[in-house]
Design a binder for this molecule. Structure first.
Ligand SMILES: [Zn+2]
Length: 266
């Protein structure tokens, strides 16, 4: 799944042209030597750096710079974006933590804890369905008794907290619990929002605005994050993974870019 999505992503930005020699020579305005950064970018883009050159091609009267590998063209501006991001993982983008769920554990169960109200159980069903409906290899089943990979229970947190959940562990297992504030039982939409957000952590997503915490009015943060290549650059990007549920950009359900991020990982 991951490889397919990766290739699809690059197929969108790689334009194929016919490999007619005379046409290429007509439009070739300059060539440059590839740097190590160029080569690294091309390799990560599934393009062989060894037979690639840099060319500028006249596209409808505009000079556009490309990497060229046989008949494949990759816009040079994609490299510039990549270079901006390469050494600056602190820019807000969509992130995972150090670990995601390994293929072995991507079908897992959550237990609706015995202290959940009927309303909370329905919110949990909706939240689980939101993950499953994305249609990736991560598929969650709900249990109402016995044991499960992740246990969901009500708890009584401090004044500004709605829930908590761990990220996947080094064995590649999903986060093992979700605590959700009893206060949310009076607000179904928010309860569901927080459950979707916590499930996001359980499957490996970090906060969209982890660096700036803009959704919480600002702050500082640290910790290990990995950017998910192909996801947006703004810390205000609509996302259910904004750190604070009422803040700017915070959505009630998975946003388009959240779904894209999950699709890319899984
Ligand atoms: Zn969170």
């Amino acid at each position: 799944m991951k490889t397919t999505k990766f290739l699809l992503f690059f197929l969108l930005i790689v334009g194929a042209i016919s490999c007619q020699k005379e046409e290429t020579e007509d439009s070739l305005l300059q060539a440059e030597i590839l740097t190590d950064d160029h080569k690294q970018f091309l390799a990560q883009s599934s393009v062989n750096p060894e037979n690639s050159t840099i060319t500028t091609i006249d596209v409808e009267g505009k000079a556009v710079k490309y990497f060229k590998s046989n008949d494949l063209l990759l816009e040079y501006s994609e490299f510039e974006n990549w270079l901006d991001q390469k050494d600056a993982p602190s820019q807000a983008k969509q992130f995972t933590g150090r670990y995601t769920i390994s293929p072995l554990y991507r079908r897992f169960t959550v237990l609706a804890g015995s202290n959940l109200t009927r309303r909370a159980r329905i919110a949990l069903q909706d939240a689980v369905k939101a993950v499953n409906d994305i249609g990736t290899s991560v598929q969650i089943g709900i249990k109402y008794s016995g044991t499960a990979d992740c246990v969901v229970t009500f708890y009584t947190p401090g004044p500004f907290e709605n829930g908590q959940a761990p990220l996947p562990n080094s064995s590649g297992r999903p986060g093992s619990f979700i605590n959700i504030s009893t206060r949310l039982d009076s607000d179904f939409v928010k309860m569901k929002q927080v459950l979707i957000h916590e499930l996001g952590h359980v499957i490996g997503l970090m906060h969209q605005d982890w660096k700036t915490l803009q959704s919480c009015g600002g702050g500082s943060n640290s910790g290990f994050v990995q950017w998910i290549p192909g996801t947006p650059t703004s810390d205000r990007e609509p996302s259910v993974m904004q750190a604070c549920a009422n803040g700017r950009g915070a959505t009630k359900i998975f946003s388009a870019s959240d779904k894209r991020a999950i699709n890319i990982i899984y």
